[in-house]
Ligand binder design. Structure first.
Ligand code: NAP
Ligand code: MG
Length: 405
């Protein structure tokens, strides 16, 4: 079989611990035998980030911007304990936050569904993708705790000198006060990412806020989404047969639970934080959650939603063959290669990315799976395999699939 050709490199961002081990195995077994891989490689392991003073992360982000498609391995976000473990010069920010900041993107998380693992929520038949706005609100708030009666006032001082004030509350005792903000530009970019993603994946887009209570703040979110939709996406949505649907957050929650799935649910920052964990837990496993960062300029970075699976890595270092689930990382590779193929008009590469995802799902549906899924999967004759055996099982099916299609 001839290897599939590529014309533009994908940006390959390597990471840490167990996922770094899986990364190499996936490349060796599932990518390199089939694809004449062109990639621009960035090593974002903690060691390399420390050596380069984190410049490597910035370089990787700029490469993403340049080439448009990236695939990323999970990386350690260092804390005090990691600083000691790796003898770091300083505590580096989360690489994901740096990448997201430079690309100004939105993260979309989608569960990988297989027919022998049922979501906890009975009506769910199709994946639900959660989009989370990653700027502002309570995550960039200012808080005060006061210890006497008084008056809380919200004040804005414009660069022109204009001053706007508003009474928050006359407080007759000890109190807590919070100020938050968001930027119209950030909301607009978020809206663009969401509409683009929905179009790309041909799914309806839901958006929810609490604009009945927060008439100005949430009202602006609602208004911006509607304006962006009307001006730039309405016609394309109608052509694709998909819908933009705005509703209140409480109504959205009730509808989501009763729905079949199969749509993108765009959330404000806090709602997305909470709902993405709810949705991923209800779909079954963090190891079966794929993730893509989509920037308003169209740049896509594919990754797994889970971390570096540290506990498995320590066992691996002691010589144990671990049964770590590589599905989300395989999906990241499949997604990135398909997207690259789409942009470069390489149908074979598009097909390869799709086939890789399909046969991986089929492997689990045939009962071959890693340890994390054994307890939640249904059916007899389930076979628990280690990561390597799982990849071999996929490789066998992938080879057959590519030879016959
Ligand atoms: P984690 O790596 O996601 O793992 C938490 C636990 O979930 C694991 O111990 C394992 O449970 C289970 N799990 C997760 N992925 C799995 C997989 N693919 N196969 C099988 N089981 C899986 O989260 P963490 O332990 O909180 O974080 C570890 C490191 O990852 C941290 O340094 C953190 O900074 C980093 N992190 C990175 C990203 C990212 O790059 N996107 C995201 C989150 C965390 P059992 O041990 O019970 O088997
Ligand atoms: Mg959270």
């Amino acid at each position: 079989m001839q290897k599939i050709k590529m014309t533009t490199p994908i940006v390959e961002i390597d990471g840490d611990e167990m996922t770094r081990v899986l990364w190499q195995m996936i490349k060796d077994e599932l990518i390199l035998p089939f694809v004449d891989l062109k990639s621009e490689y960035y090593d974002l392991s903690l060691v390399e980030r420390d050596r380069t003073d984190d410049q490597i992360t910035i370089d990787a982000a700029l490469a993403c911007k340049k080439h448009g498609v990236a695939v990323k391995c999970a990386t350690i976000t260092p804390n005090q304990q990691r600083q000691e473990e790796y003898n770091l010069k300083r505590l580096y920010p989360s690489p994901n936050a740096t990448l997201r900041g430079i690309l100004d993107g939105t993260i979309f998380r989608t569960p990988i569904m297989v027919n022998n693992i049922s979501p906890v929520v009975k009506p769910w038949k199709k994946p639900i993708t959660i989009a989370r706005h990653a700027y502002g609100d309570v995550y960039k708030n200012a808080e005060l705790r006061t210890t006497e009666p008084g008056t809380a006032i919200l004040t804005f001082i414009g660069e022109s000198g204009e001053i706007k004030t508003k009474l928050v509350q006359k407080l007759n005792g000890n109190a807590v006060i919070q100020g938050m903000h968001n930027l119209e530009d950030s909301i607009k970019k978020y809206a663009h990412s969401c509409f683009k993603f929905a179009l790309d994946t041909k799914q309806d887009l839901w958006f929810s806020t609490k604009d009945t209570i927060s008439k100005t703040y949430d009202g602006v979110f609602k208004e911006i989404f509607q304006n962006v939709y009307d001006a730039e996406y309405k016609i394309a949505f109608e052509k694709s047969g998909i819908e933009y649907f705005y509703t209140l957050i409480d109504d959205a929650v009730a509808r989501v639970v009763r729905s079949e799935g199969g749509y993108v649910w765009a959330c404000k920052n806090y709602d997305g934080d909470v709902m993405s964990d709810m949705v991923s837990a209800a779909f079954g496993s963090l190891a079966m959650m794929s993730s893509v960062l989509l920037a308003p300029d169209g740049t896509c970075e594919y990754e797994a939603a889970h971390g570096t699976v540290t506990r498995h890595y320590y066992r691996y270092l002691e010589g144990e063959k671990t049964s770590t689930n590589p599905m989300a990382t395989i999906f990241a590779w499949g997604g990135a290669l398909s997207k690259r193929g789409e942009l470069d008009s390489l149908p074979e590469l598009v097909h390869f990315g799709e086939a890789l995802r399909e046969v991986s799902v089929k492997t689990i549906e045939e009962g071959i799976m890693t340890g994390d899924l054994i307890n939640v999967a249904e059916g007899d004759n389930l076979q628990r395999v280690d990561s390597e055996e799982f990849l071999f099982a996929i490789k066998e099916r992938l080879t057959n699939h590519l030879n016959n299609n």
